[in-house]
Design a protein around this ligand. Structure first.
Ligand code: ATP
Length: 323
C-alpha cells in the first residue's frame, strides 16, 4: 500500500453524542503519528463540495464534552450515485487524501465501501445512537441516548404514579429495539414493543396492564420503538379497553443530543485511535468494532454482511421483571 501521509475524517448520517470524542482522537492520534489530518464538514456532501480544512491539535480542543458533531453531518443523495462517487474520488485527489475515516452508520459504511472499490483507503467507525450496526456490540452515542431516555422515563413515571395513569413512550430505533429493550428494563416497563418482534396489542399490552392492575399496580409504562410507531393510537386503544387514562409521549430528537456520557467519550476515543492505528499499520478498508469487550477491526465487506439480532434473553427478562 502507498505510504499514507494525509488522512481525512468525516461524520455522516445521524449525529450521535461521542462523535466529537472520536474526531478528537483521530486528529490527535493522527498528528501524534506524524500524519496530516483534514476535517471534512457535512459528511459526504462536504467531500463533494471540497468543504475541507486541515485540523490541528487545537481545533479539537474543548469538544470532548459536546454533543452533536463539530464537523456537522449530512445525508447526501448525490454522493450515492456513480457520478457522485467519481466526484468524491477526484475531490479527495485534489486535497491529497490518502485515507478516509468515516464515522457513521451502516449507510455511511456502504458509501465508504463504494469509495474503497474506486481505490480509496477507508476505515469506518460505528457512530449511531441505535446500536444497530451488526459487526459491533457497541456504537458511539448509544449509552448517552439510553441515559436520556431513562431520565425521561423516570420523570414520566412520577406523573404517571401521581395520576394513576398509563404512559406510552415512543423511543428511537427504526430497525432495532436496543434502546427500547434496555430502557424498558431499566425503567420498569409493563410492555416493550420492538421492530424485531410481531406483536399482538391485546396479548402483549392490554393483558399485562390489566393483570398488573389486579395485582395492585398504580401506574403503567409501555415502551414502543420508533420502527413500530403508533404510540398515539396504542395509547387510545389502551384507554378504550382498560379505562385507564393513557398518555402518549414521543421523545424524538431530544434523544440525539446532550453531553456524551463517560462510556461514549471513552468508546469514541478508543475507536478513533484504533482507526488511525490501522492506517499506520498499513491496514485498509476496515470497520472498527467492539466485540466481547475488545476493540477489533473487521474487513468492511465482511462487516456489512454480518447480522445482529436482538437479545431474546433481555426480552424474556423484561417480561419477568414486569410482574
Ligand atoms: P444512521 O444509522 O444514523 O442513519 P447511516 O450512516 O446509516 O447513519 P444513512 O443516511 O443511511 O445514515 O447514510 C449516510 C450517507 O451515506 C447517505 O446520505 C449517503 O450519502 C451514503 N450512503 C448511504 N447508503 C449508501 C449506499 N448504499 N451506497 C453508497 N452510499 C450510501
Amino acid at each position: 500500500m502507498k505510504q499514507i501521509n494525509t488522512i481525512a475524517v468525516l461524520t455522516s448520517g445521524g449525529d450521535a453524542p461521542g462523535m466529537n470524542a472520536a474526531v478528537r482522537a483521530v486528529v490527535r492520534t493522527g498528528i501524534y503519528n506524524g500524519l496530516k489530518v483534514l476535517g471534512i464538514y457535512k459528511g459526504y456532501e462536504g467531500l463533494l463540495n471540497g468543504d475541507i480544512e486541515e485540523m490541528t491539535l487545537r481545533s479539537v480542543g474543548d469538544i470532548i464534552q459536546r454533543g452533536g458533531t463539530i464537523l456537522q453531518t449530512a445525508r447526501s443523495k448525490e454522493f450515492n450515485t456513480p457520478q457522485g462517487l467519481e466526484k468524491a474520488i477526484s475531490m479527495a485527489k485534489v486535497f491529497g487524501i490518502d485515507a478516509l475515516i468515516v464515522i457513521g452508520g451502516d449507510g455511511s459504511f456502504r458509501g465508504a465501501k463504494d469509495l474503497s472499490q474506486l481505490g480509496m483507503n477507508v476505515i469506518g467507525i460505528p457512530g449511531t445512537i441505535d446500536n444497530d450496526i451488526s459487526c459491533t456490540d457497541y456504537t458511539i452515542g448509544y449509552d448517552t441516548a439510553m441515559n436520556t431516555v431513562l431520565d425521561a422515563i423516570d420523570k414520566i413515571r412520577d406523573t404517571s404514579y401521581s395520576h394513576e395513569r398509563c404512559s406510552v413512550l415512543e423511543v428511537m430505533g427504526r430497525n432495532a429495539g436496543w434502546i427500547a429493550v434496555n430502557c424498558g428494563i431499566a425503567g420498569g416497563a409493563e410492555a416493550i414493543i420492538l421492530p424485531e418482534k410481531e406483536f399482538d396489542i391485546d396479548k402483549d399490552i392490554i393483558i399485562p396492564i390489566v393483570e398488573g392492575r389486579n395485582r395492585g399496580k398504580k401506574h403503567y409504562l409501555v415502551i414502543v420503538a420508533e420502527g413500530v410507531g403508533g404510540a398515539v393510537e396504542i395509547a387510545k386503544y389502551i384507554e378504550e379497553k382498560t379505562e385507564i387514562t393513557t398518555r402518549a409521549t414521543i421523545l424524538g430528537y431530544i434523544q440525539r443530543g446532550g453531553s456524551p456520557t463517560i462510556t461514549d467519550r471513552v468508546m469514541g476515543s478508543r475507536f478513533g485511535a484504533r482507526a488511525v492505528q490501522c492506517l499506520v499499520e498499513g491496514k485498509k478498508n476496515r470497520v472498527i468494532a467492539l466485540r466481547d469487550n475488545k476493540i477489533v477491526d473487521i474487513d468492511i465487506t465482511e462487516a456489512l454482511n454480518m447480522t445482529k439480532t436482538i437479545d431474546n434473553e433481555l426480552i424474556a427478562l423484561s417480561k419477568i421483571l414486569a410482574l
